[in-house]
Design a protein around this ligand. Sequence first.
Ligand code: OGA
Ligand code: NI
Length: 358
Amino acid sequence: MLSWPEQVVRVQSLSESGIRAIPSQYIKPLTERPVFEPGSLVHQHVDIPVIDLHNLFCKDPTLHLDTLSRISAACREWGFFQAVNHGVSHELMRRAREVWRDFFNLPLEVKQEYANTPITYEGYGSRLGVEKGAILDWSDYFFLHYLPVSLRNQSKWPEQPSSCREVIVEYGGEVVKLCTRLLKAMSTDLGLEEEYIKNAFGGDNMGACLRVNFYPKCPQPELTLGLSSHSDPGGITILLPDRDVSRLQVFINDDWITVNPVSNSLIVIVGDQIQVVSNAIYKSVEHRVMVNSAKDGVSLAMFFNPKSDLVIEPAKEVVSEERPALYDAMTFDHYRLHMRMKGPCGKARLESLKFNTP
Ligand code: OGA
Ligand code: NI
């Protein structure tokens, strides 16, 4: 049976133990370490897209098309954007963050009841990948299935705090609505039928998983990462970022750029399966998370994925003689095995799917 290769250490416990130097398993090679530029203005010229979704399905065609063209540009050039007026209640976002912060603040024994294994990853975890001796990330997480309903197993969701399950259902419901609207917009922009991507992902059987990331304080943030560089393997991710500290970085034009979330925004991240379906018209974005010595943080990533046994391939409509299919067809189950075994690896997995790679 598949299990963790080493004894699991909870990063939160390590952080709370008051150590001044982080153990060597968390020290990244020099080239992967974050660069801290306190007070730096270096990236001010970079205009990270912030898109107001209020008019996305507005009756006025000019306003609708204007919003659609912004989404289009962001997905083609950046692979992500910040969404405001996204329809998810701000109060609910606050409650979702709070209830999960309360979960991570429960005594260790309570959380351990949900300890996960690398078979399904569901539950309370502290690593991705099962390679013995791997360099680990400075974070703990909780992972659960939200959709399809057949995979939803509330007994694997935290029983405490008492409102946790209810908040997950409420928050998940609103984020699913947002995702549905975004997939329609993306399909239309790619010249596909409005429901194309949703249907390619299994329609109402599409997968949705929630990963709540907890980033404990770190005494040496310059040596490690909260989450190593990766692109999200699924379709799209809707991320509720940490409120107080900018931690997320995206790799754009050969440079790591820190995202400063605007108030009450949600971050939309294009994943690998959308890059495949769009035949690389849309790009999945490589991203990573930095840690902080003064503040811990919580983020909620809701991943929308193809139903796991469906074969995903470039849509016929975006493939032509001039632009042949770039990727091999593959089920999502098979695709994500790489991340589940090896942990985060930049965009190496997607690159390996390209035809004619040696
Ligand atoms: C993820 C992710 C970013 C964050 O969970 O895949 O990229 O800010 N999270 O926690
Ligand atoms: Ni991610």
